[in-house]
Design a protein around this ligand. Structure first.
Ligand code: M6R
Length: 610
C-alpha cells in the first residue's frame, strides 16, 4: 500500500515523480506529496489531501523544481487523512522521508525522540523514521551509516527513501517487508515501490532484498545487506508488456480488464496447455519431481485470491484426488496449524506482495511443508522469489483495485495444477480429457459471455437503489458467489453477502423480503435440482431473484425472477465463465451509483501492511 517514487538526476525530476505517482495511485489515494532538492541545496515540499491530480494542480499553480526528489501517494494507516500526515515527512527541514509499511514500535520511538528534543508535526509512524535518521546522523555524520543504524531500531515493515538537504548528491533507500525497486538510467537513477512507476524512464531494474540498504547517486548504486556488507543485486530488463498507463478507450481500467480476460487467459494457456495435457515444468524447474510426492495441498491467500483458492479446493479434491485446505492468510499466520505429511503450500496473489500472504508463506516454510508454490501475476515479486515453484499468471498489469482478470487467470492456473497433481494421484482419463477440452474452449466461451453486457446493464438499473443483496451458489459456484458479493460491495458500496444456498434455511432466509435482491449462479450441473429447491424457498418468501443460469437449466423469467442465460460450458470451467457476468453486474451498478470504480473508497490495490 502507498506508492513511492524517487529520482536523482541532472534535470528537473517533477514530471517523472508525478507520472510515477499517477501510475502508483492504485496503491493508495488519500493524499500525495513531493519533496525536492534543487541544485542550490534548497529543500522544498508540496503536499495535498486527495488524489495525485490535486498535487499536480498545486504544483502547476505554485511550481517547484528539483534535480533530486521523493514522492508518495498515501493509504492512511497511522493518522487521519490530513495534509500534516501526508508524506514526505521532515525532520527539522533537513531530512525528508517517504515510507511504505508500518513501524510497529513507533510509539516508543516517538516518546524517546520527543525526550531527545525532536518535535513531531504529524500523527504518523513515518515521522519517527525522519527523526531517528536525523538523530543517528548527528552522531555519525554520514547519511548511509545513519540509515543503517536507524533501521536497526525499527520493528515492522518499511520501504523508505531518505534525502538529506546537506548531502544533496545521494539518496538512501532501505527495504524490509515492503518492496522497493531501483530503476537504472544514464547519468540518473530512480526508485519506486513498483517498477511500473518507472516505465516511462527505464526498463532496467534492480530489486532490493529484505534488509537491504542502498546508496544511490546519479551514476552509482551501492547495496548493503542487513549485516551492512556490500552485496551485488542483479540488474534485470523488464519485459512486462502491458503499459498500464492506458485505458485503451474504456471508461475505467476495471472494464478494460474485464474485457481483456479472453486474451489474457489465452496468453496464460499459450505454450502451457497442449492437446494431450500440460508439462509440470510450467510450475518451475524440477516441479514434476516435487509435485510427484504431494498428497495434500494447503492454500493461503487473501480477498479475491482466497476465493480462487476456495474454488480450487473443489477441483483438487474432485479431480486430482489430493486433499486440500484453504485458509485466509491473516488467520493462518497467527495460529498453530497441523501440517499433513507430503504437503504443498500454495500461495495465491495478484501482486505477490500482500503482507499477510507473505508472512504466512514464511511461517509455512519453517513448518516442514514438502514444497511451496505461488500462483502470482508479478514476476520478481516477493512471493515468487521466496517460493520453490511459481506459476505466473499472464494477466498483465491489473490497475483497477477490484481484481478481475487476475482472479480468472489464477483459476486457469489452478486447473493446470489440478492436472499436474492428478497425474500422480490416479486422476481418471475422463477427467483429464474433460479439463483439457474445457480449457481449450475457455477463451472463446468468455468472449461469448461478454456479449451479455447489454442485458446486465439493464439489470444493474434495478440494483442502484438497493442497500443489501445476497449471492447464492452451490459446490464450486459457492466461492464464485462469494467473489460476486465482494466485487459488488467493494465498488458499489452495497452490502452483499454470499451463502452456499443449502445454508439459507439455517438463518439467512430470515432476511428475505422484496427489498433484498438475491443473485444466483446456476450452471447446469449435478447440484442444479438442489439449487432450484433453494431458489423456490426464497421465492416463496417474496425475494426478488436474479439468476445467471445455463439455458438448459430451464429457469424462466417472470415477475419475481429475472433470468440471464449464460453460454453453456464444460463444467470444469463454469466457475470462470460465471465470474464474468457478476463482474459486469458490479461494474455497471457502480457506474450507475457514480462511485469511483477504479479506486473505491478506503481501499488500495496492493496490501503490503498487515
Ligand atoms: O495481491 P493479492 O492478490 O494478494 O491481493 C489480495 C487482496 O487484497 C485482493 O484480492 C482484494 O481482495 C481485491 N481488491 C478484491 O477485488
Amino acid at each position: 500500500m502507498c506508492g513511492i517514487v524517487g529520482a536523482i538526476a541532472e534535470r528537473n525530476v517533477v514530471p517523472i515523480l508525478l507520472e510515477g505517482l499517477r501510475r502508483l495511485e492504485y496503491r493508495g489515494y488519500d493524499s500525495a506529496g513531493v519533496a525536492l532538492l534543487d541544485g542550490q541545496g534548497n529543500l522544498q515540499r508540496t503536499r495535498r489531501i486527495g488524489k495525485v491530480k490535486e498535487l499536480a494542480d498545486a504544483l502547476q499553480d505554485n511550481p517547484i523544481k528539483g534535480v533530486t526528489g521523493i514522492a508518495h501517494t498515501r493509504w492512511a494507516t497511522h493518522g487521519g487523512v490530513t495534509e500534516a500526515n501526508a508524506h514526505p515527512h521532515f525532520s527539522s527541514e533537513r531530512i525528508a522521508v517517504v515510507h511504505n509499511g508500518i513501524i510497529e514500535n513507533y510509539e516508543s520511538l516517538r516518546t524517546d525522540l520527543t525526550t531527545k528534543g525532536y518535535g513531531f508535526t504529524s500523527d504518523t509512524d513515518t515521522e519517527t523514521i525522519a527523526h531517528q535518521v536525523h538523530f543517528e546522523l548527528d552522531n555519525c555524520d554520514d547519511l548511509l551509516t545513519a540509515v543503517q543504524n536507524a533501521v536497526k531500531k525499527f520493528h515492522g515493515a518499511y520501504g523508505t527513501v531518505i534525502l538529506d538537504k546537506n548531502d544533496p548528491d545521494r539518496v538512501i533507500v532501505a527495504r524490509s517487508g515492503s518492496p522497493l525497486v531501483i530503476g537504472l538510467g544514464l547519468g540518473e537513477n530512480f526508485i519506486a515501490s513498483d517498477q511500473m512507476a518507472l516505465f516511462p524512464v527505464t526498463r532496467r531494474f534492480m530489486f532490493l532484498e529484505e534488509g537491504d540498504v542502498a546508496e544511490i547517486t546519479r551514476t552509482s548504486i551501492k547495496v548493503f545487506d542487513s549485516a551492512g556488507l556490500p552485496v551485488e543485486r542483479e540488474v534485470k530488463e523488464s519485459n512486462l508488456e502491458h503499459d498500464a498507463g492506458d485505458k485503451a478507450g474504456y471508461r475505467h481500467y476495471m472494464l478494460k480488464e474485464i474485457h481483456e480476460q479472453p486474451t489474457v487467459i489465452r496468453n496464460t494457456l499459450s505454450g502451457r496447455l497442449q492437446d494431450n495435457g500440460i508439462s509440470a515444468n510450467i510450475f518451475g524447474h524440477g516441479a514434476d519431481e516435487l509435485l510427484a510426492k504431494i498428497k495434500h495441498v494447503q492454500i493461503i491467500a487473501c480477498g479475491t485470491s482466497y476465493h480462487s483458492g476456495m474454488t480450487a479446493r473443489y477441483w483438487l479434491e474432485q479431480y486430482a484426488n489430493v486433499s486440500c485446505n484453504v485458509e485466509i492468510a491473516s488467520e493462518f499466520r497467527y495460529r498453530k496449524s497441523y501440517v499433513h505429511p507430503n504437503s504443498l503450500i500454495v500461495t495465491i496473489s495478484q501482486s505477490g506482495e500482500t503482507a499477510d500472504t507473505l508472512a504466512a508463506l514464511r511461517l509455512a516454510k519453517e513448518q516442514g511443508y514438502a514444497a511451496s508454490l505461488t500462483i502470482c501475476n508479478v514476476p520478481g515479486s516477493s512471493l515468487v522469489r521466496e517460493s520453490d515453484l511459481a506459476f505466473m499468471t499472464l494477466a498483465g498489469a491489473e490497475i483497477g483495485v477490484a481484481s478481475t482478470k487476475a482472479f480468472t487467470t489464477q483459476l486457469t492456473g489452478f486447473l493446470m495444477l489440478t492436472m499436474a497433481l492428478g497425474k500422480h494421484n490416479n486422476m481418471s482419463q475422463d477427467d483429464h480429457q474433460h479439463i483439457i477440452k474445457a480449457l481449450h474452449s475457455l477463451p472463446a466461451k468468455l468472449e461469448e459471455t461478454l456479449q451479455l453486457t447489454d442485458g446486465i446493464k439493464a439489470l444493474a438499473e434495478e440494483f442502484a437503489d438497493m442497500h443489501h443483496s445476497l449471492f447464492l451458489g452451490r459446490g464450486d459456484q459457492y466461492p464464485i458467489a462469494m467473489e460476486g458479493a465482494l466485487k459488488l460491495k467493494e465498488i458499489s458500496y452495497i452490502h452483499a453477502e454470499a451463502y452456499a444456498s443449502g445454508e439459507l434455511k439455517h438463518g439467512p432466509l430470515a432476511l428475505i423480503d422484496d427489498e433484498m435482491p438475491v443473485i444466483v449462479v446456476a450452471p447446469n450441473n449435478e447440484l442444479l435440482e438442489k439449487l432450484k429447491s433453494n431458489v423456490e424457498e426464497v421465492r416463496a418468501r417474496g425475494g426478488i431473484m436474479y439468476v445467471f443460469a445455463d439455458k438448459e437449466a430451464n429457469f424462466k423469467s417472470d415477475e419475481t425472477m429475472r433470468v440471464i442465460n449464460v453460454p453453456h460450458c464444460e463444467s470444469a470451467i463454469a466457475p470462470i465463465v460465471y465470474t464474468l457476468p457478476l463482474q459486469l453486474l458490479s461494474y455497471y451498478v457502480a457506474v450507475i451509483k457514480g462511485t469511483d470504480v477504479d479506486q473505491p473508497r478506503n481501499l488500495a490495490k496492493s496490501v503490503t501492511v498487515e
